[in-house]
Design a protein around this ligand. Structure first.
Ligand code: GDP
Length: 445
């Protein structure tokens, strides 16, 4: 997510923070570069312009240029402004689903990820809020779409409305409503048909369904990679149907990410969730603070910790966080992390959330680290003694040979693992110094 933008901003700010004193011209030059970076990321022009203006006003005052760390101050102002631009609802992940059965209408263009997102949200409501959810596909044009939802439903253990051939979308919506009431469901989700582009027939159909269902939430699902097109789609849907929020999908790709920044400012509608992959867990609530941090390449320890909590015992998570806060990170921690990664859907999802992850991801890619490697690495750690795991730096050449052989691997593999542990340990130390402890604690509440 936001890789290119992060890279660009990173290099601007690197220069800025390395300079001791900053003149107003330095700041102006840097902000010009920020503006270009935003436009290249496909942020709409008025949004980019207003953004720079707001930052400029705050950053060119005496307080910044005369402060001891002017570069950092500018970064902070940019961060806060990013957060401001991204801000929508207080709690974007909280859907209005009181008064059961609450209808949620899912709309969007074909291929945007609507069906996948419907199932992801259903799973989330079931698992996090204990809701009984019924899903119904209204895509009568594509029988495969109906089956797709059914398959996903089976996979996540959420009911789908039985498919009746020949029924029109309005009739299906009515049947879903009846079934949801009779069946005691808390929520029913209507996955409408998409089209390749916005057309009258599509809109009329969605409108008719909306009037029957009277949805509490109407979520537009759009492909985040389409940049300003996504924003235009949202404008169109909102005008005609009235949406309560947006889900941006494919934010796991290295797309330009500008849609996220322009969406709220242009449409006035909040982004509620972002899709981060094809798997059913790859959905996150859209937290402006966190996203701003990610855009600035500061990684995202909060998301990491939150996700870890879902799969980790709370005690274990607490222990892990205490150690992180102290900047401790030995082989036991690494092993726990590797095992977590396997549970959490592999390297990519996990790494995308870690501080300095983009660099790490490159390094890992170069080192040929993938999911198979995860298992091998755990095997390597398993062949170390307790003492060695706690203090991997004590390993001598002879022991390295034994350990590698024990796990059926080469010493060079072990060296890679040791390097990774050192890098992660360094990162944790840095994080500790950055005072992220407060954030970690908050995440535990
Ligand atoms: P629909 O036509 O809008 O219902 O789109 P689908 O739900 O069928 O999704 C189209 C394709 O996009 C499928 O292959 C999904 O697995 C994929 N997809 C959906 N959301 C995401 C996402 O957040 N990230 C990635 N990488 N793929 C996604």
């Amino acid at each position: 997510m936001f890789e290119n933008l992060s890279d660009r901003l990173g290099s601007v700010f690197d220069r800025l923070t390395k300079q001791g004193a900053l003149s107003e011209d330095d700041v102006k030059t840097a902000l010009r570069e920020v503006r270009v970076a935003l436009l290249e990321a496909d942020v709409s022009l008025p949004v980019a312009r207003d953004f720079i203006k707001a930052v400029q006003e705050k950053a060119t005052g005496q307080a910044v240029t005369k402060s001891i760390t002017p570069g950092q101050q500018v970064v902070k102002i940019v961060h806060d402004e990013l957060k401001h631009v991204l801000s929508g609802d207080e709690d974007p992940g909280k859907l209005k689903i009181d008064n059961p059965p609450a209808p949620i209408l899912m709309v969007g263009l074909q291929g945007g990820g609507k069906t996948t997102t419907t199932a992801k949200i259903a799973k989330r409501l079931k698992e996090r809020e204990g809701k009984r959810v019924l899903m119904a596909s209204l895509d009568v044009n594509r029988p495969a779409a109906m089956e797709q939802l059914q398959i996903l439903g089976n996979q996540i253990g959420v009911d789908t409305l039985p498919i009746v051939k020949g029924e029109d979308p309005v009739a299906i919506a009515k049947r879903a409503k009846t079934q949801a009431s009779l069946g005691g469901y808390d929520v029913y989700m209507l996955d409408t048909a998409g089209r390749l582009s916005i057309d009258e027939e599509l809109m009329a159909q969605v409108e008719a369904v909306r009037d029957v269902a009277n949805p509490r939430e109407t979520l537009l699902v759009v492909d985040g990679l389409t940049g300003q097109d996504a924003v235009h789609t949202a404008e169109n849907f909102d005008e005609r149907i009235g949406i309560t929020g947006v889900v941006l999908t494919r934010m796991d790709g290295d797309g330009r990410g500008g849609a996220a920044l322009s969406m709220r400012a242009v449409t006035g509608k909040p982004i509620r969730f972002v899709g981060l992959g094809e798997k059913m867990d790859a959905l996150e609530t859209f937290e402006p603070d966190r996203i701003a941090g990610r855009i600035l390449g500061m990684g995202d320890i909060v998301a990491l910790v939150e996700k870890a909590q879902q799969t980790l015992e709370v005690e274990q998570a607490e222990r892990m966080m205490k150690r992180f806060q102290k900047g401790q990170f030995n082989m036991n921690d690494l092993k726990m992390q590797l095992e977590q990664m396997m549970k959490m859907g592999g390297m990519e999802g996990m790494l995308a959330m870690m501080p300095g992850a983009q660099k790490m991801q490159k390094q890992m890619g170069e080192a040929g680290i993938d999911d198979r490697m995860l298992r091998q690495q755990v095997a390597l750690i398993n062949s170390m003694t307790k003492k060695e795991r706690a203090n991997p730096q004590i390993l001598q050449a002879s022991r390295k040979k034994r350990i590698a052989a024990g796990a059926g691997m080469e010493v060079s593999d072990l060296n890679k693992l040791l390097k990774m542990q050192r890098q992660m340990s360094d990162m944790m130390k840095k994080m500790g110094k950055m005072g992220k402890g407060g954030m970690l604690k908050q995440a535990m509440k």
